[in-house]
Design a protein around this ligand. Structure first.
Ligand SMILES: Nc1nc2c(ncn2[C@@H]2O[C@H](COP(=O)(O)OP(=O)(O)OP(=O)(O)O)[C@@H](O)[C@H]2O)c(=O)[nH]1
Ligand SMILES: O=C([O-])CC(=O)C(=O)O
Ligand SMILES: [Mn+2]
Length: 623
């Protein structure tokens, strides 16, 4: 926690304690004194009207719903269509992660590395102390203890977030194991991550509140890797404000993982059963809004294969004593992209969100149900758009924000796997990397070995999506889909991957590594590959490879399916498209190699030798 707040005298007097029935204004009996002291310090700094300790119970959740309905933060979705579901409309300027306002405040700049915004920790603490002083005036501060991963699992980690946003509390209670049970696990010698969040809009005496308070002048999403703390100011949007998710489970957890020999990854996890009844587990890293939720809920189009869901966004991977790589999903819910989610693309997601769902920035139909682009083929003649304005197909703008989302509990997913919350995790057989690439990158390639796989992950580029503020479609490097989420120097992160490989090698249970691209386009701009459920064909090849059942052909980028290796039976692929999907143009690949060499050079001495070696080998294979 911040040393400056630790030493801050509580001259502002005790925080007012309101006697309400449903909410606990004093810490539950037995609460670790360290947690109590920290909460008191944050309250003394931020000066909320009162403090509430969250227990995670349904009554508490409903109380938050009532508060948000009254405030206009949410409206009720017609319960006849979708029971106990709500639509939040955010401030129009608070709709996505703000990467240029996201900081890694390590002691040394080189520990943040060239891919992160570094800020001097001492200076940032001063800035934050100024911003947070009185930031919660006129508001209630909620204290949320939570566990990332199954309660009590040796692979799980604990945290406590305070926030002045009921939307954040309701979302966190869906997305994490939040409440009294997590608090009970914190003792005097337990490590837990403190996370402070404020919307950054204190209210003066008598000042009326707005439906979606935030601060559009100042936003700070800050991380202190050495002290493992998080401070977030000015935004209530998911990835900026639900601090258990990207801030803790990726940025801070990646630094824990580096120090403790494991890996915190932007990955989905799934369980696949093949037609012979053999079970596999797969993780896949794709950048934001590039298909993780969709693959995690895939309905196979080929007979005999079964896919079940374990996680859709984050995986913690631990090399175990038995030589296996074990994965847990640290989350308990899905914060999924709405646009493009429909019966023909992701029927499982559509079934998952039948009710008990919080929607953010989608459109509303005249019958009071939700709608977004891609939910149905037929576009309604009239809607209320994500900003609450009248909308018709002639409006010339999307009805739902391109980064609109649904928040729903994992247990509501009809394909949730029986081992999804196994405290020991699941054993991983294959690792997949992917991105959104209109050109160059083939449908699927298998790495020759672990080091080559790390090279494939390190060289992922992808076209930018609406999940972050910025220009959609712009190609950028997004190594391991972790560019916005790696809490330390990316080159050290690559070294950590190589190190975990060394730990797995003696056991001989190393997962195979693959690269995929569902997004390659034809000259006319249409996708060459049908994607979605048809991705099961690629998954099948990957797992037949992992099972040693099919041969592969050698290509310059890696191993690829033999001519009849990929099952395309019954698939209506135009003549020549399969060749286009696997085409490797040496000229453009040599240009990629040049660009990778320049990119690698930005990491200086820290670049692992193994990656330079892989780059040289690729160049040799291409020329
Ligand atoms: N063409 C095509 N589009 C896809 C495919 N899979 C997913 N998409 C689209 O990609 C968009 C984002 O997909 P998601 O699965 O929600 O992305 P995600 O990786 O889970 O994203 P985050 O939650 O931001 O980390 C949606 O609009 C999908 O419809 C595919 O196989 N082919
Ligand atoms: O963090 C968010 O807001 C949503 C998400 O999964 C991502 O952007 O990758
Ligand atoms: Mn994500």
């Amino acid at each position: 926690m911040s040393s400056s707040t630790l030493n801050r005298p509580t001259t502002t007097g005790p925080t007012r304690v309101v006697q309400a029935r449903a909410m606990a204004h004093t810490p539950p009996e037995g609460t670790d004194p360290g947690v109590v002291a920290w909460v008191e310090q944050i309250a003394a700094l931020t000066l909320p009207d009162d403090v509430v300790w969250c227990d995670g119970n349904p009554q508490e959740f409903d109380g938050l719903i009532q508060v948000m309905l009254k405030q206009g933060t949410i409206v009720r979705v017609n319960p006849e269509h979708r029971p106990y579901s709500f639509l939040a409309r955010s401030d129009p300027n608070d709709v996505a992660r703000v990467e240029d306002r996201t900081f890694i405040c390590s002691e040394l700049e080189e520990d943040a590395g060239p891919t992160n915004n570094w800020a001097d920790p001492t200076e940032m603490r001063e800035t934050l102390d100024g911003l947070f002083a009185g930031a919660m005036r006129g508001r209630r501060m909620y204290v949320m203890p939570f566990s990332m991963g199954p309660l009590g699992s040796r692979l799980s980690r604990l945290g406590v977030q305070v926030t002045d946003s009921p939307y954040v509390v309701a979302s966190m209670s869906v997305m994490t194991r939040m409440g009294s049970a997590a608090l009970k696990l914190i003792g005097s010698d337990t490590n837990w991550v403190p996370a402070v969040h404020s919307v950054g809009k204190p209210l003066a005496q008598g000042e009326p509140d707005v439906p979606w308070p935030c601060n559009n002048d100042e936003k700070y999403i800050t991380h202190f890797p050495e002290t493992r703390e998080i401070w977030s100011y000015g935004s209530a949007y998911g990835g900026n404000a639900l601090l258990a998710k990207k801030s803790f489970a990726l940025r801070i957890a990646s630094t824990m993982a580096r120090d403790e020999d494991w890996m915190a990854e932007h990955m989905l996890i799934l369980k696949v059963t093949n037609p012979r009844g053999k079970v596999f587990h797969v993780v896949a890293a794709f950048p934001s809004a590039c298909g993780k939720t969709n693959l995690a809920m895939l309905k196979p189009t080929i007979p005999g294969w079964k896919v079940e869901t374990i996680g859709d966004d984050i995986a913690w991977l631990h090399p175990s004593a038995d030589g296996t790589l074990r994965a847990i999903n640290p989350e308990a819910g899905f914060f999924g992209v709405a646009p493009g989610t429909g019966a023909s693309t992701n029927a499982t997601a559509v079934e998952t969100i039948w009710g008990n769902t919080i929607f953010t920035n989608v459109a509303l139909r005249d019958d009071g149900d939700v709608w977004w682009e891609g939910l149905t083929d037929k576009v309604p003649a009239h809607l209320t758009d994500w900003q609450g304005k009248d909308w018709t197909p002639a409006s010339g703008r999307p009805a739902a924000h391109p980064n609109s989302r649904f928040t729903v509990a994992a247990r509501q997913c009809p394909t949730i796997s029986d081992d999804w919350d196994d405290p020991e995790g699941v054993i991983i057989d294959a690792i997949i990397f992917g991105g959104r690439r209109a050109t160059n990158v083939p449908l699927v390639v298998e790495a020759r070995d672990w080091e080559h796989g790390v090279y494939l992950g390190a060289t992922i580029s992808s076209e930018k999506t609406a999940a972050a503020e910025g220009t959609v479609g712009e190609l950028r490097r997004d190594p391991f889909a972790m560019l916005p989420f790696c809490g330390y120097n990316m080159a050290d992160y690559w070294a950590n991957w190589l190190k975990v490989g060394d730990k797995l090698r003696p056991g001989g249970r190393m997962p195979r590594i693959f690269q995929v691209n569902w997004f390659r386009k034809d000259e006319d701009g249409s996708f060459l590959w049908p994607g979605f459920g048809e991705n099961s064909r690629v998954l099948a090849w990957i797992l037949e490879r992992a099972d040693g059942k099919v041969p592969a052909a050698d290509g310059p980028l890696g191993l690829v399916p033999t001519p009849d290796g990929l099952n395309v039976e019954g698939l209506d692929l135009p003549e020549g498209d399969l060749e286009k999907l696997f085409k490797v143009d040496p000229q453009s690949w040599l240009a990629e190699v040049e660009s990778t060499e320049k990119y690698f050079a930005t990491f200086g001495e820290k670049l692992p030798h193994a990656l330079a070696k892989q780059l040289a080998a690729l160049r040799a294979r291409l020329s």
